[in-house]
Design a protein around this ligand. Structure first.
Ligand code: ATP
Ligand code: MG
Length: 665
């Protein structure tokens, strides 16, 4: 934000939803957890760490003697894969299904915990045969198939940090990630199914490995998924099924220190160059498991959980692999897109497996709204009991639609705020406790301290906006940016600090974690995310949130999706420029609707928030994880050459938008 004035607080949302009585009565976590954790934060996390099986129990919880470098449970030792797989089998739950895999072409297979244990053991033995040792990095570039989870767990089991690269990324993106982490092995597939066709993956690996800086890769393990032709480099390339097939199905897991690196994951790249976020073992798994238990109210004996994220994003790491498996959950894993072979595919899957907990993203919810209410209405969704959202602020209209049309007006919606950097959910309602507010993530979870501060780092009063900060270290926090400590300090820890007294009674400054997101506290102190700080608009001296203007536009019945940016303006500093996708029939009205939409925003938020320009478009530029890339729209609105488009799903979208420009003032 570029002025001393805090974020304007324009949106009014009065709808409230109490937790269902039955859920509240049997909820995993009750309201007293907040006070308990606030009274003894470290004791609270020490207790949560006991959800895990430690080979050596930790005696110290947090070492924060050298902030912002944290050590959690540092003298404890554990094996992450053992915690996610073996211990469930040892406890007699080997017959429980871990993964119901649903391939896009309709093939399916269910894998029990006992079967998963064997697969992980074979894969761990295979990696060892290939010379992978604890500390070596392994790049994973796979579609959404069970082998992706098996590969991650096999790496965890032998202490080799993995770096999962989203299967939709190009050879370039893959090469830079292999170089940055200096990977020794790449695990990939011939391809995966997407939109009814086999998409290829292996050629991108072959191309990436021609680039300088990737010479460290000794082997490429290739899963056969689509059976398409692949090029083969003798000696380097090996079939996954051949190498794992000849291994023993048992493997003794060796414990590692709690701070042993578990994985590197590059952020989505919504704002610029992706950062290699490093996560470690004990603290990460503690918070992933606790939050999955608390936020989704998981009952492992009876729930069927489905997170629709890709394993290439942090959501897939924490809420498909590590959190749910540590908790012994039964879950669905789906390979493909929501509209293949038809737009009801997700709901068909919910019905088929009796999914009880669904976790998806606002971009998907807005797409389902656009496709029409009649599609989910054709399926039996009555098994659902908790709905989650992650990735972007969810517009109140999309939130209410999700609850009503998917959750039959009964299920709580948990809007979960977190980041690749935070490793696990940080701010979210609790489904059996919180009276929810559409569009608000509401409150930091028990054991987490987050708030909103002004330019000087002072906490803002209720009813005001500013910057979201985390004020105390948390177990699943990033430990650094891989190979770039200075960037870690500069990006997250240099902006805000609080005064404290050190051991000798002197005054010191303790850094606060700056998340990069704008937020406000409402009159009750609940937190509303307002978009990235870099995206906040400054109009005639007022800071205005992109999220609030977008939500106002989406609340108009004819608008399906909206993206808003501030463009330099001679009179107002910045002018609000909106790009909207219209719903179904309204698309024909096109530009005639513009005046109506401007008035609608003016009525909803006030005259200051009226967009100066509104362009109707067919698509918005999005990252591969479905987030709107406002910086590219700002380039368009300011008639600049486009910035980096490499993390964009479809670069032709920008050409279509630019082609519309001549009609703009
Ligand atoms: P980069 O950091 O490279 O620009 P990114 O921030 O999109 O990419 P992620 O770590 O995947 O990468 O996303 C975290 C961000 O997503 C948050 O900082 C926030 O802006 C947004 N976000 C995630 N969940 C929510 C939510 N529930 N409400 C609002 N914003 C959210
Ligand atoms: Mg980010």
């Amino acid at each position: 934000m570029s002025s001393n004035e805090s974020l304007a607080n324009l949106l009014r949302e009065e709808r409230r939803f109490a937790p269902p009585a039955e859920l509240a009565a049997t909820a995993n976590v009750t309201g007293d957890a907040y006070e308990k954790a606030a009274g003894d934060r470290l004791g609270f996390w020490a207790e949560q760490a006991r959800r895990l099986d430690w080979a050596v129990e930790p005696t110290e919880t947090l070492d924060w003697s050298n902030p912002p470098f944290a050590k959690w449970f540092a003298d404890g030792r554990l094996n992450v894969a053992y915690n996610c797989v073996d211990r469930h089998v040892e406890a007699g739950r080997g017959d429980r299904v871990a993964l119901h895999f649903e391939g896009e072409p309709g093939d399916s297979r269910s894998i029990t915990y006992a079967e998963l244990q064997e697969e992980v053991a074979r894969a761990a033995n295979a990696l060892t045969e290939l010379g992978v040792e604890a500390g070596d990095r392994v790049a994973i570039y796979l579609p959404m198939i069970p082998e992706a989870a098996v590969a991650m767990l096999a790496c965890a089991r032998i202490g080799a940090p993995h770096s999962v690269v989203f299967g939709g990324f190009s050879a370039d993106a893959l090469a830079t990630r292999i170089q940055d982490a200096d990977a020794k092995v790449v695990i990939t597939a011939d391809g995966g199914w997407r939109r009814g066709k086999p998409g290829a993956l292996k050629p991108a690996v072959d191309e990436a490995l021609t680039r300088p800086g990737t010479e460290g890769v000794r082997h490429v393990l290739v899963v056969r998924r689509t059976a398409q032709e692949v090029e083969w480099t003798e000696g380097r390339d090996l079939w996954w099924h051949e190498v794992t097939g000849r291994q023993s199905a048992t493997h003794t897991a060796q414990p590692f220190p709690a701070e042993h690196p578990l994985f590197i994951l590059y952020t989505s790249g919504t704002t610029g160059k992706p950062k290699g976020i490093l996560h470690t073992s004990g603290g990460y798994l503690t918070q992933a498991a606790y939050t999955h238990h608390a936020v989704f109210d998981l009952k492992p004996e009876s729930d069927v959980y489905w997170c629709t994220a890709d394993i290439g994003w942090v959501t897939g790491h924490s809420y498909i692999v590590y959190g749910p498996l540590a908790n012994g959950a039964t879950q669905v894993m789906y390979e493909g897109t929501p509209d293949t072979p038809h737009q009801g595919r997700f709901w068909e899957i919910v019905q088929k497996y009796g999914v009880t907990i669904l976790y998806t993203a606002p971009t998907a919810i807005r797409t389902f709204m656009k496709w029409g209410d009649e599609i989910p209405a054709r399926y039996d969704l009555s098994s659902l009991r908790v709905l989650g959202s992650v990735g972007e602020p969810i517009n109140p209209e999309a939130w209410v639609w999700y609850r009503e049309k998917i959750g039959a007006g009964r299920t709580p919606v948990v809007d979960t705020w977190w980041q690749t950097e935070t490793g696990s959910v940080m701010i979210s309602p609790l489904p059996g406790v919180t009276e929810t507010k559409p569009g608000s993530a509401q409150r930091a979870l028990p054991g987490i301290s987050a708030t909103v501060v002004d330019d000087n780092g002072a906490e803002v009063p209720n009813g005001s906006g500013g910057y979201l900060v985390v004020t105390e270290p948390w177990p699943s926090m990033l430990r650094t940016i891989w190979g770039d400590e200075q960037r870690y300090l500069d990006t997250y820890w240099s902006r805000f600090a609080r005064r404290a007294t050190d051991a000798d009674g002197g005054e010191t400054r303790v850094p606060l974690y700056f998340a990069g997101d704008g937020a406000k506290k409402d009159e009750d102190g609940d937190i509303w995310l307002l978009g990235r700080v870099d995206d906040v608009m400054l109009v005639s001296g007022h800071n205005i949130s992109t999220t609030e203007v977008e939500s106002a536009l989406v609340s108009h019945p004819k608008v399906a999706e909206a993206a808003v940016v501030g463009a330099t303006d001679a009179t107002t500093g910045q002018a609000i420029c909106a790009f909207v996708i219209l719903r179904g029939a309204a698309a024909d009205e096109g530009d005639a609707l513009v005046a109506e939409l401007r008035d609608h925003v003016g009525r909803t938020l006030g005259p200051i928030a009226k967009p100066k320009r509104i362009m109707t478009v067919a698509e918005l530029p999005k990252t591969r994880s479905g987030k709107i890339m406002r910086r590219l729209l700002r380039d368009v609105a300011e008639n600049r050459a486009l910035g980096d488009v490499t993390t964009l799903t479809d670069s032709t979208v920008m050409e279509l938008i630019q082609a519309k420009l001549p009609s703009a003032p």
